[in-house]
Design a protein around this ligand. Sequence first.
Ligand SMILES: [Zn+2]
Length: 306
Amino acid sequence: MNDLKKNMEKVKVVDEAMKQTGIDKELNKQQQSITKMGTLMGANPVNLMTGFLNQNQTAKAEAENPMPKIEELDPLKKKIIEMLCEGTGTNICDSGGAYGRNWQRNRSRDFENEPAANVEIWSDSVSVTYNIYHYLKNFLEINRDSEALHEQFMEFSNEPDNKDESWLTNMEDFIKKITEVFEYNGLVNTYNYESILGQVLQYGIFGYDGELYIILQIHGGCDVRGGYTDPYIFQLLEHDYFMIAQTNVDCHCDKCEGAWYSDDSGYNWYGSNSEDDLEWEPNQDEKVVYHKDCGGKISFSVMEDF
Ligand SMILES: [Zn+2]
């Protein structure tokens, strides 16, 4: 059999398989025809179908949670909200379909009025996360210089040599081209280490004309390998505190006024004003953490000022 004949056989198999799995109802007529034509030409039908299914699922997710109109006037807050709500796609292999992806859920949130520290209390543990909106708002800035740099980055990314490269490659190449190399430690993905950040960030920090900048992507999906926003360049106000705030948590007791801090995302606690080790009793039903020694309530905070 020659290739064409073989592929015609394959098309029959694909057609049958689409009907049996119900995929024929998920893909529109055009998508089904393209899958069959592609198979006839020797393409892998599974790749074609997966691509179409992802496309349709993203369109469905967009329709279910349309992008809200962002009323915020402050350019920094507005940009962060836009990024947090940016549709970063869906993938039929991720579990986002079950409980929604960050970007979908974010579209109905009121970030400004949410607390910076998000405390979750279980019967035997407490978890504190830093609301990513507040974290970014506290440490970044948008000004004329950062906007000009961002424009420069977009021009760079659209150059013929770069426009087919991934964001990650362009981010790295742009920084290498432009920086006077201070504070630049390569691209960082916060998924690779323990932090209290509420969403994963991918970024590079670099110096330019005496100021610090950060080129940043926010992860908006479920599968951490994909699903990042387009990158954006902000001015970074302070490097060391930006890093420390990723793992630092403070807590204090409202009765005995004991205070403790953790520099490893809440695993170990040290006394800030107290010689006593911190012993607490989380109460899941009341959503309160009690201080064992005195029975007072413990409240938690993240680093917001520097
Ligand atoms: Zn106490």
